[in-house]
Design a protein around this ligand. Structure first.
Ligand code: AKB
Length: 316
C-alpha cells in the first residue's frame, strides 16, 4: 500500500523542510501537512490541526487514509521553562493523542523526535552513549525522556512501529528555530550575513552536539525507511553530526566576514546547555540503519552563508 503521511507541526523549523522532502519522496498528494495555522505560501495538502484534540487527529487520519504520522509538535527546552506544568501537559497530551490514534487505526509507522535534552548531569559529557543514564533538568527533556519510554511501550505492548531519533541542535537556512537552547547557532549566521552584531546567550566555549538540516532530513527518512527488523532501539537513537561552540562558529564566520562582531551575554539558557552532552556516540544508528553524517562545521558554515546570502541579497 502507498504511504499516506501526516506531518503534525509542519510549520516548524524541521517540519517545514521535512514536508518538502516527504512530498518529493511520496508525491504532493500523499503528504498532509498540518499545524495550528496555515502559512500562506505553503504548497500542498494542508489541514488545520491542534494535536491536543484527539478527535481532530482521528478525523484527519480517517478522511485522508493516513498510514504514517510524523509528530513534530512540541514546546522546546528554553520556552518550556517559562511554564513547566503547561509544557509537560501539552507535550505529553499531544504525544498520547498521536500514539492512541495510531494504535486504534493500526497505522504502519509513527515518527516521534526526541532530543539530546533527555541527557542530564549524570550522563557522560563526552561521547555520550545511547544507553546513558537519563536525568534531564528541563521539562522539555523530561517530556522527551518519558515520550521515548511511551514510544517503546506502544511498540512492545501493541506492536505499533514507533521510531525516534535524539536530535542535536539543528542548523538550517530554510527555516527559523523557536524556543530552543541551540537556536543561537542559526541566528548567528543570519546576523553575520546581515552584517549585524550578534549577542550570544551562551558562553563562547559552550560546546554542544549540532547537525546540519540536510543531514537531519536524510537521517529521519533513512530511519523511517529502514527494515523493521533492523530497528533494535525502540526508545530513541542517538544521532551525531559534529560538536562545536559559539567561538568555533565565529572562527568559521571570520573567514567570510572578518569584521563580524559578537558579544556574549549568557542567560538561563547557559544553565540548560551546561547540563547537555558535548558530543554524542551514535554507533547504534550507524550499525542498525547505516547512518553517516556528511556535514562538518566548515561545510555547515559555508552552506549557511552561501544560502542566506542568496536569500537576503538575491542579486549579488
Ligand atoms: C532545543 O534547543 O531545545 C532543541 C533541542 C536540542 O532539542 N533544539
Amino acid at each position: 500500500m502507498n504511504a499516506k503521511v501526516l506531518v503534525i507541526g509542519a510549520n516548524g523549523q524541521l517540519g517545514s523542510v521535512l514536508v518538502k522532502a516527504l512530498q518529493h519522496r511520496y508525491g504532493d498528494e500523499n503528504v498532509i501537512a498540518s499545524d495550528i495555522q496555515k502559512v500562506n505560501s505553503f504548497n500542498g495538502v494542508f489541514e488545520l490541526l491542534d494535536a491536543t484534540n484527539m478527535n481532530k487527529i482521528q478525523d484527519v487520519v480517517s478522511s485522508h487514509g493516513i498510514t504514517q504520522i510524523y509528530h513534530l509538535a512540541a514546546i522546546l527546552s528554553a520556552k518550556g521553562e517559562a511554564n513547566p506544568l503547561g509544557t509537560w501537559e501539552l507535550n505529553m497530551n499531544m504525544l498520547f493523542n498521536v500514539l492512541e490514534v495510531s494504535r486504534i487505526n493500526g497505522l504502519d509507522k509513527v515518527f516521534f523526535p526526541s532530543s539530546i535534552a533527555v541527557f542530564g548531569e549524570d550522563a557522560p559529557w563526552v561521547n555520550t552513549p545511547n544507553n546513558a543514564y537519563l536525568n534531564p533538568a528541563t521539562v522539555y527533556g523530561m517530556s522527551k525522556a518519558a515520550g521515548e519510554n511511551w514510544a517503546q511501550y506502544y511498540f512492545l505492548r501493541y506492536g505499533l512501529d514507533v521510531r525516534s531519533i535524539r536530535y542535536p541542535g539543528i542548523i538550517g537556512y530554510q527555516s527559523l528555530p523557536g524556543g530552543g537552547t541551540t537556536d543561537y547557532a542559526v541566528d548567528i549566521f543570519h546576523k553575520a550575513v546581515l552584517e549585524e552584531e550578534f549577542v550570544c546567550f551562551l558562553n563562547a566555549d559552550t560546546t554542544l552536539p549540532m547537525i546540519f538540516m540536510d543531514d537531519v532530513i536524510r537521517a529521519t527518512l533513512e530511519l523511517m525507511e529502514a527494515p523493521k527488523k533492523d530497528i533494535r532501539i525502540r526508545t530513541a537513537y542517538n544521532l551525531a553530526g559534529s560538536s562545536f561552540s559559539p567561538e568555533d562558529i565565529v572562527k568559521e564566520i571570520y573567514k567570510y566576514y572578518p569584521e563580524f562582531k559578537v558579544k556574549y551575554e549568557p542567560d538561563f539558557r547557559q544553565d540548560i546547555a551546561a547540563r547537555w552532552p558535548k558530543s554524542i556516540n551514535d554507533v547504534e544508528a550507524k550499525v542498525d540503519w547505516g547512518w553517516q553524517p556528511k556535514y562538518d562545521l566548515e561545510m555547515t558554515a559555508r552552506t549557511m552563508i552561501e544560502k542566506l546570502k542568496a536569500q537576503y541579497i538575491p542579486h549579488e
